[in-house]
Design a protein around this ligand. Structure first.
Ligand SMILES: [Zn+2]
Length: 361
């Protein structure tokens, strides 16, 4: 694995040195690049979730590169340009998924420093509940524990569970999330999280106090919108669009209504949760007045790219700055194009989930 990475890095350096990245950026300059972030670390979250988080220093390096090579525009401007079929050259849109507090705490100061606009896709239930995202805080606690096995009886959990193995972790997590879902009220959920962390010998007070897994609050969303950040819907709950039509409709509609009421601005640019999407949902999006929707699939956005299948370059600490610059060049996309010409304007539908290892969002 290590050797493979060294070979890849060396090859990328050579390509960059030869000006291949620059040439590819030039050749795809008439497309809009949408960069997709999840989170920027408050402290060291990227060490535990490298595909979801970026360290602040890495995020700033990304912004420096982007601002040197491209013009950062709003998502609204990008959609307007695609709709009017006239895209200006070398433009980038910055998006952040899930609407967690770290956006305000870690990303916003750097975005302000570089005077870059950005879109935050908010899950309105996370925002309204005032609770940390249960799945993620439990995963964090599991990653921090030194225990290898649970032998005590705990709520309705069947014991023992080998939590040092991936299978055991998954089993424990599934059980804990289901159990927490069944609890009523904020306090009972919080005390359950506390009991889980005590059982696993992890201090969750800091995780809660630092709001690693909390969403931005209602007041923070209003303030961000007033400050010019673009607040857009990611669903009331973080569920994909492949379920029953009535559920999908209610989920998107509730989120749009919640956000528009708060920000007094249109919230019609959607982000597919978990990256799953299908063309079958497009008529529903149209009925709901949704104007655009972003996927997690890589590629450039041209005037021909459907607005309900916008492509993004997803970024995280698991890729180096050089690998990010490679992704931004679209060289990989250009190499794949002759073998799958359908990749030219739109990504293929994504109907199956990510592998559970480390992604999940
Ligand atoms: Zn998400």
């Amino acid at each position: 694995m290590k050797v493979k990475r060294i070979i890849k890095t060396s090859l990328l350096y050579i390509l960059k040195f030869l000006g291949v990245f620059k040439l590819c950026r030039y050749l795809t300059g008439n497309s809009i690049r949408i960069v997709g972030y999840h989170y920027v670390s408050i402290h060291d979250e990227h060490t535990r979730f490298p595909s979801l988080f970026l360290d602040k220093a890495s995020f700033e390096r990304r912004l420096e590169f982007i601002n040197k090579k491209f013009k950062v525009i709003t998502l609204n401007e990008a959609v307007n340009q695609i709709e009017s079929r006239s895209i200006k050259r070398n433009q980038v849109v910055l998006t952040f998924d899930d609407g967690l507090y770290n956006f305000k705490k870690s990303a916003v100061p750097l975005l302000r420093k570089h005077r870059n606009p950005a879109t935050l896709y908010v899950v309105s239930d996370y925002m309204l509940s005032g609770l940390p995202v249960v799945t993620m805080i439990l995963r964090d606690i599991l990653l921090k524990t030194n225990l290898t096995k649970l032998t005590t009886e705990f709520y309705t959990l069947e014991t023992p569970v080998i939590i040092s193995a991936a299978e055991g972790q998954r089993k424990f997590l599934d059980w804990a999330v289901r159990f927490s879902d069944g609890l009523k009220g904020k306090e009972s959920k919080l005390s359950f999280i506390k009991e889980v962390s005590d059982l696993l010998g992890v201090n969750s007070d800091q995780i809660i106090a630092n709001r690693y897994w909390h969403a931005v609050s209602v007041n923070e969303v209003v303030k961000l919108a007033d400050d010019g950040f673009d607040i857009q819907p990611h669903g009331h709950k973080h569920t994909d669009v492949l379920g029953a039509v009535s559920d999908v409709r209610a989920n998107i509609e509730t989120c749009i209504n919640n956000l528009e009421l708060l920000t007094q601005k249109p919230a019609r640019d959607y982000c597919y949760p978990v990256g799953l999407w299908s063309k079958a949902v497009w008529p529903l999006l149209e009925q709901l007045g949704v104007r655009s929707s972003v996927t997690t699939l890589n590629g450039p956005n041209f005037v021909e790219t459907p607005l309900y299948a916008l492509r993004r370059i997803m970024d995280g600490e698991d890729r180096t700055q050089l690998e990010f610059e490679f992704e931004m060049s679209f060289l990989k996309w250009m190499i794949r194009l002759p073998f799958s010409p359908s990749l030219l304007y739109q990504p293929s539908e994504k109907l199956v989930s990510y592998k559970t290892s480390g992604k999940g969002f």
